[in-house]
Design a protein around this ligand. Structure first.
Ligand code: HEC
Length: 130
C-alpha cells in the first residue's frame, strides 16, 4: 500500500515537473519581431485609394490622390520623420495612420478608423516610395 502510494506520488511529481514544460512548448512563437509590423504594399496601395487618403495627400500612383490639405507623400520612404516629429519607422507609421490624434491631439489629420492591419499594409506601400 505504502509502495503504491509512493509510486503514485512519484508519477504525480514527474507530471508536475513536465506540465509547465509542455505548456511552454505549445506557446506560439513569433519568429521575428518584424513579422508583426510588415505589410503587403500592393494591398496598401488599394487601401490608400479606398480610404481616400488622397483627398488630402498627393500619393504617387494612387488613383485620384492629388489632395493639397496635407503634405505630399511622394518619396515618403526616404523621409526621416513622420509629421516632422517621430522617426519614420514602420511601427510609428502604423500608429500614425490608424490614430494620428493619439500621437498629436492637435494635428489636423483626422483619425479615420483605419485598423492596425490595414495601416500596416498602407505603411508598407508608403515606405516603398523612394
Ligand atoms: C482631412 C485631410 C487628411 C486626410 C483625409 C488624411 N490625412 Fe494624412 N495628414 C493630413 C495633414 C494635415 C497632415 C500633417 C499633420 C501634421 O503635421 O500634424 C498629415 C500627415 C500625414 C502623414 C505624415 C506626412 C509627413 O510629411 O510627415 C502621413 C504618412 C499621412 N498623413 C498618411 C495618411 C493616410 C495613410 C491617410 C489615409 C488613411 C491620411 N493621411 C488621411 C491630412 C489628412
Amino acid at each position: 500500500m505504502r509502495l503504491r502510494k509512493n509510486g503514485y506520488a512519484a508519477r504525480a511529481g514527474v507530471a508536475a515537473l513536465l506540465l509547465p514544460l509542455a505548456l511552454c512548448a505549445c506557446q506560439p512563437r513569433k519568429p521575428y519581431p518584424q513579422a508583426d509590423v510588415g505589410g503587403d504594399a500592393r494591398r496598401g496601395k488599394a487601401l490608400l485609394a479606398q480610404f481616400q487618403c488622397g483627398s488630402c495627400h498627393h500619393i504617387p500612383d494612387v488613383e485620384a490622390a492629388r489632395g493639397k490639405a496635407g503634405p505630399s507623400l511622394a518619396e515618403f520612404g526616404l523621409r526621416s520623420y513622420i509629421a516632422g516629429r517621430w522617426p519614420n519607422q514602420q511601427a510609428n507609421l502604423v500608429r500614425w495612420i490608424s490614430a494620428p490624434r493619439s500621437m498629436d491631439p492637435a494635428t489636423s489629420m483626422p483619425d479615420m478608423g483605419v485598423s492596425n492591419d490595414d495601416a500596416r499594409h498602407m505603411a508598407a506601400y508608403l515606405h516603398s516610395l523612394k
